[in-house]
Design a protein around this ligand. Structure first.
Ligand code: GLC
Ligand code: CA
Length: 543
């Protein structure tokens, strides 16, 4: 496998709105990020992926872009952006921009011009269809944010498509002028010295609307190959596609190097296991065996070609420690356990802001506390359809996107040190206990543990390129695997439960075990009967 700089890199995702507010308006901004570069460099991360900071009316917090080549004033200026790229570069950190090109904002000048008349040269930048003879929408396609995906445009008497909110009209990727515009814009950013792109809901751009196909449409891969050639192809950048519908087979189409598409994709199979019948508003309990099975499948299927991205959470998902660990009594230990399991897999790990200090779900009790358009829309859709208020509030507490969007908890100062003003969304009251200042001051904090894992990846080729072998596959509470490269063997063992477990790894009896990193124990005598305490995790070198 040809080695790439992003193979042993760790990416840190920033949700700018909630990261650090430099001017007291309650909204995180670029200068706030600049002020925390030492904190990020200290963690050892190589890349920062910024959720969108472009000009936007913020219907979906920036995933609705009205100008790709301008910064939203609330986040700062283009000079601030350039300074961030430059200052990060001095610390060997690259900036990955979020590329949202399945749709724009309805306030983008392209859409505004498209709305002027059916003859506008921009009309065909978007997807328009006539009403059915009875005046109803062209199809019963639904928006991912709830309700119809079609919005009637009275002045020009047609419907336009929006797979997300009606303020996010879909671009028409059947129009090659759209390709040219997007490619030009991407090259403009590449010239600014960025490290790559995270491609938002990219599996939707090949859609065939009249056949009702949205994800993984027939034009998807040719479009990505064209984009690759016209933009980042020969630039050695990191590109990661958000692909909810990817199977390992599909992931290989995107990420096999000879296909010249993307570096890697985010797949969501392990995430949707806790959604009953694929509905995130019906949260289900984690079944560790299926979870292991899915992750193992991805490790094995992409072992020779393609590349995995590794993540437990992001700005759309609940907090990992609340979802898969224990955010009460065992918060610290289970956060470290989850980190161990993720960071020793093969692929590029992503840390979502606050994960490195074990931030937890928001636990909002009132609908008024929520800000997210998806949560608010679905509260209405579901309660209109008969789901009770209480049930929906529980679903939001479990899986709502605002769980990940409460402000980063920096210190014990008011508002967790995030802002001197009033934050746009409430700070989690547990900031007095959970904050970065405290973690930086302690030797065995979650932050220090993440730092150790990031550096372990740099020191051990087996973590980056080693063969992956699942162990104890039938175990209901323990996740264990071996990474093997040349003479080096690393054994990763993790207890996902609050019970003690004795496990037998005596098949490795001929080796001497040395603990490289652990959230609980210092020494190991042998592997015959390893006693695991609640949420114990360890990386064991076998020599
Ligand atoms: C992606 C983003 C999400 C956004 C949606 C529409 O899923 O991660 O935050 O709402 O795309 O752009
Ligand atoms: Ca601000």
């Amino acid at each position: 496998m040809e080695q790439k700089w992003w193979h042993d890199s760790v990416v840190y995702q920033i949700y700018p709105r909630s990261f650090c507010d430099s001017n007291g308006d309650g909204i995180g901004d670029l200068n706030g990020i600049r002020s925390k570069l030492d904190y990020l460099a200290g963690l050892g991360v190589d890349v920062l992926w910024l959720s969108p900071v472009y000009q936007s009316p913020m219907d979906d917090n920036g995933y609705d872009i009205s100008n790709y080549q301008a910064i939203a004033p609330e986040f700062g200026s283009m000079q601030d952006m350039e300074a961030l790229i430059e200052e990060a570069k001095q610390k060997n950190i690259r900036i990955v921009m979020d590329l949202v090109v399945n749709h724009t904002s309805d306030e983008h000048s392209w859409f505004q011009q498209a709305c002027e008349s059916k003859d506008s040269p921009y009309r065909d930048y978007y997807v328009w269809r006539d009403a059915k003879p009875d005046g109803s929408a062209p199809s019963d396609m639904e928006s991912i944010f709830g309700g119809s995906a079609w919005e009637w445009h009275e002045p020009t008497q047609q419907y336009y498509l929006h797979l997300f909110s009606k303020k996010q009209p879909d671009l028409n990727w059947e129009n090659s002028k759209v390709h040219d515009e997007v490619h030009q814009m991407m090259n403009w950013w590449i010239e600014k010295g960025i490290g790559g792109f995270r491609l938002d809901v990219i599996d939707l751009i090949g859609k065939d609307i009249d056949k009702g196909i949205t994800g993984n449409g027939p034009r998807l891969h040719p479009l990505l190959q064209k984009m690759n050639q016209a933009t980042f192809g020969n630039k050695d950048l990191l590109t990661v596609g958000e692909t909810w519908g990817a199977t390992p087979e599909i992931a290989k189409l995107y990420s096999a190097p000879e296909r010249d598409e993307l570096s890697m994709v985010f797949q969501f199979e392990h995430i949707t296991l806790t959604w009953k019948d694929g509905d995130k508003w019906q949260p289900a309990k984690l079944d560790l065996r299926s979870f292991k099975e899915v992750l193992t499948k991805w490790q094995l299927e992409l072992k020779d070609t393609g590349w995995n991205s590794l993540f437990w959470n992001n700005h759309d998902l609940p907090r990992a420690v609340s979802k898969y660990g224990d955010d009460g009594e065992h918060r610290i230990k289970s956060a470290k356990m989850l980190a161990t399991v993720l960071h020793c897999l093969k692929g590029t790990p992503y840390i979502y802001q606050g994960e490195e200090i074990g931030m937890t779900n928001a636990n909002f009790e009132h609908l008024e506390q929520y800000r997210d358009i998806e949560s608010l829309n679905f509260y209405k859709v579901k309660t209109d359809a008969g789901v009770s208020h209480d049930e929906m509030m529980l679903a939001l507490q479990e899986n709502g996107r605002d769980n990940a969007r409460t402000p980063m908890q920096w210190s014990t100062e008011p508002q967790a040190g995030f802002t001197k003003g009033t934050p746009w969304i409430e700070v989690n009251p547990n900031y007095t206990e959970v904050n970065a200042e405290k973690d930086l001051a302690s030797d065995d904090s979650i932050y220090q543990y993440y730092k150790a894992l990031v550096s372990l990846r740099k020191q051990h080729k087996s973590i980056v390129y080693g063969e992956f072998r699942p162990l104890l596959e039938e175990h209901e509470d323990v996740f264990a695997y071996l990474r093997h490269f040349g003479e080096e063997r690393l054994l990763i063992v993790a207890n996902f439960s609050s019970e003690n477990h004795q496990v037998d790894l005596s098949q490795y009896y001929e080796f001497t075990p040395t603990i490289l990193l652990s959230n609980g124990r210092g020494k190991l005598e042998n592997l015959d009967s390893l006693m695991l305490q609640p949420y114990d995790a360890m990386v064991i070198q076998l020599t």
